[in-house]
Write a protein that binds this ligand. Structure first.
Ligand code: SAM
Length: 244
């Protein structure tokens, strides 16, 4: 069936490509890729040769219009460099325009670093907010974190090694010293998940920025406040704390 196929690719281990994803890539007329060089490696691993074109949400409107036009009669596959397209990656405008034009749109689910990190973290997984990348600048970062402080949810952030310690410190300052996890290199040779409080983790990474790709998972606010959030209980806890 012609249309737009959103295909998740591995976030490390190439064995994580699904059978259906491989078959769909093989049958594609065109692959719209975030970086065609990165996707070329995946195609070569699968022994495939398929025409590719670069796609970003900031690509020219005409690029998107041409892709949507081709979806009328051809199989157009959207991939990003790793994981699920659209998740801190390009694609939503292409999906929006394909839908507006009445094209067939379908998705082939697969690896996503945020979901994988939650499963590794041991933190509550019933309710979470995916917050993507924090802003670089300290003020904007603190303002963004402040928006999340009242949520009784686990929070998930994408991060890079050099910025990790600063991000953990800012999270501790804005959210309180919550339980957290730093998941690194998921599904790769040096996969690691380190758990602790935000301040412990910030101290651990302060002088030793880790290599590789990182997800920070932060637990919800402490049980005492989260689960018995009536004013009288909080008042009593505050009075007790002040009496110490
Ligand atoms: N679309 C991707 C997904 O589904 O997870 C995410 C793309 S985003 C541009 C890249 C970020 O995802 C990295 O900076 C890192 O925070 C996270 N990431 C990707 N692969 C990872 C891995 N194998 N281990 C840990 N984090 C990873």
């Amino acid at each position: 069936l012609p249309g737009l196929y959103i295909v998740a690719t591995p976030i490390g281990n190439l064995g994580d490509i699904s059978a259906r994803a491989a078959a769909t890539l093989a049958s594609a007329d065109l692959i719209a890729a975030e970086d065609t060089r990165v996707t070329a490696k995946l195609l070569s691993h699968l022994g495939l040769r398929v025409p590719m074109t670069p796609y970003h949400d900031h690509s020219d409107e005409r690029v998107r219009a041409a892709l949507v036009a081709r979806m009328a009669a051809e199989v157009v596959v959207l991939v990003s460099d790793a994981g699920t397209p659209l998740i801190s990656d390009p694609g939503y405008k292409l999906v929006r325009d394909a839908r507006a034009a009445g094209r067939h749109v379908t998705t082939l689910p697969g690896a996503c670093a945020a979901i994988a990190a939650i499963t590794l973290s041991g933190l509550p997984s019933d309710r979470f907010l995916f917050a993507g990348f924090l802003p670089n600048k300290a003020k904007a970062r603190a303002d963004t974190i402040a928006e999340f402080a009242a949520l009784r949810s686990t929070l998930v952030f994408y991060e890079s090694g050099p910025r990790l310690a600063a991000a953990l410190g800012a999270l501790a300052a804005g959210l309180g010293n919550r339980e957290a996890a730093v998941a690194r290199e998921i599904s790769k040779l040096f996969e690691q998940c380190v758990t602790g409080t935000l301040t412990d983790l910030a101290a651990r990474y302060a002088d030793a920025p880790p290599k590789g790709e990182i997800v920070i998972v932060v637990g919800p606010p402490g049980e005492a406040i989260a689960e018995t959030a009536d004013d009288a209980t909080i008042d009593a806890a505050l009075r007790a704390a002040m009496a110490d």
